[in-house]
Design a protein around this ligand. Structure first.
Ligand SMILES: Nc1ncnc2c1ncn2[C@@H]1O[C@H](COP(=O)(O)OP(=O)(O)OP(=O)(O)O)[C@@H](O)[C@H]1O
Length: 217
């Protein structure tokens, strides 16, 4: 479970305050995947980062009682001077997992060939996405955080393999996915919310969320 209690977050732009959340309270329960709809710049990435613990609220409390993933595509914990092999073995140790297992799983999923043993700084953005996706899938979390705005991998074979693995993983896990597109959320979510004017409006169905989203778009 992830619970936001009276959480506020805003940024000062130099001329005005950009409000992302204004004393918002909501929770994400295990087994009930949540899709958050919001237009560009509304604060989707900021909310995902707060759930991951990468960004702090200005006020309020964020409580977590489950294993929550880093956001899909997050490369902050990866050392660009080292190879995918070295990085995934290191991260496996941080999570108390078997480095041999994590290495062979990632090597198989991301399909980078000899680049898996070369420094990450030599990868294209698509190759980085493939590596970070495989790393996320190699670790079992209760709640997976997905920001649809992150750079995507364009390799068809990889997308098929990773998509199937993600679907399998989500049978026993919960996902929080943020997107500006209702179609993306349809595939994953049991409930939906709309982020608007600092508030998160939660709905039982995506249809209801879409109505508010379309109305305010
Ligand atoms: N550190 C910061 N300082 C100032 N403004 C920021 C900062 N981080 C984010 N913002 C602003 O807060 C708003 C929300 O940013 P965020 O990246 O969370 O939006 P988003 O909904 O994910 O956008 P997109 O759909 O374009 O990915 C934007 O207007 C952004 O410019």
């Amino acid at each position: 479970m992830i619970e936001f209690q009276g959480v506020s977050k805003s940024f000062w732009t130099g001329t005005q305050r950009k409000v992302i959340l204004d004393r918002a309270s909501f929770r994400v329960d295990l087994g009930r995947s949540l899709g958050i709809l919001a237009p560009n710049g509304a604060g989707k990435t900021t909310i995902i980062n707060m759930m991951a613990g990468l960004e702090k609220p200005d006020e309020g409390v964020i409580r977590k009682t489950s294993r929550v993933s880093f956001p899909l595509g997050f490369m902050g914990g990866v050392n660009g001077k080292q190879s995918a092999k070295e990085n995934c073995r290191y991260i496996a140790r941080l999570y108390g997992l078997d480095p041999d297992y994590v290495e062979s799983f990632c090597r198989w999923v991301c399909g980078l060939g000899e680049y898996f043993d070369m420094p990450i700084s030599t990868y294209s953005s698509g190759m980085r996405s493939r590596f970070s996706f495989s790393l996320l899938l190699s670790i079992e979390f209760d709640i997976y955080l997905i920001d649809e705005g992150m750079p995507a991998a364009s390799d068809v074979e990889f997308n098929r393999k990773a998509g199937n693995l993600l679907k399998e993983r989500l049978q026993n896990a919960t996902v929080v996915i943020v997107s500006h597109s209702p179609q993306t959320l349809q595939k994953f979510c049991d409930s939906a919310a709309v982020l608007r004017n600092g508030r998160l409006y939660q709905f039982d169905t995506l249809e209801e969320a879409k109505r508010l989203y379309d109305y305010t778009a």
